[in-house]
Design a protein around this ligand. Structure first.
Ligand SMILES: [Fe+2]
Ligand SMILES: [Fe+2]
Length: 187
């Protein structure tokens, strides 16, 4: 498992090199926390696969490559895993969970590890300051941000959380975020 520690360090450096230190702090470290919480409840899951997914699932975003978030993320993850000497079978398993982590276009994770990654990703969005950090980048005005974020938090809550205990853990904050981001006056 010490290769995982090296990959974690690699992911931190990759975020920093791309000017995304905030993404490391507000997202990847939070996904790690959530994944570990889930793994305690589901000890039969392959921890190494889950943690590889945690560190490598958002490489499309981190490397700012245009195109499909999950497909490009899987290709970039493959390159990194090859560099770290992982066997092709393991690389395929990790690519598959990255491909399905957004739960979009009817592509849902099939394996336990894939479900844990998608759940941890969604939980972290709701439990951390992730969406506030995105708002603070100022790329959208308040009105379009609210519209965008409501869809995201709903998808997080409804489509990406595969375990009832995880849904319970985030339910209160999900409701609070919906109240916060609800468009005023029906606009
Ligand atoms: Fe992602
Ligand atoms: Fe993510």
């Amino acid at each position: 498992m010490d290769k995982i520690i090296q990959i974690k360090k690699w992911a931190k450096d990759e975020c920093a090199a791309n000017g995304l230190g905030w993404f490391w702090d507000v997202h990847l470290l939070e996904v790690e926390k959530c994944a570990k919480t889930i793994l305690i409840k589901l000890p039969k899951a392959d921890k190494e696969i889950v943690m590889l997914g945690v560190w490598l699932h958002d490489l499309q975003r981190i490397r700012k490559i245009d195109g499909n978030h999950c497909k490009i993320g899987a290709v970039e993850a493959e390159k990194v895993m090859q560099k770290f000497g992982y066997l092709p079978e393991k690389i395929e398993i990790v690519k598959e969970i990255i491909l399905a982590h957004s739960c979009e276009n009817d592509l849902a994770p099939k394996t336990l590890e894939g479900k844990i990654l998608a759940t941890a990703d969604a939980m972290s969005h709701i439990l951390s300051d992730y969406y506030l950090a995105i708002a603070a980048t100022g790329k959208r005005d308040a009105k379009s941000f609210k519209k965008w974020v409501m869809k995201k938090i709903d998808r997080d809550y409804r489509k990406k959380i595969f375990f009832p205990f995880a849904k319970k853990l985030i339910a209160e904050r999900y409701v609070a975020l919906r109240k916060l981001f609800k468009t005023n006056h029906g606009n």
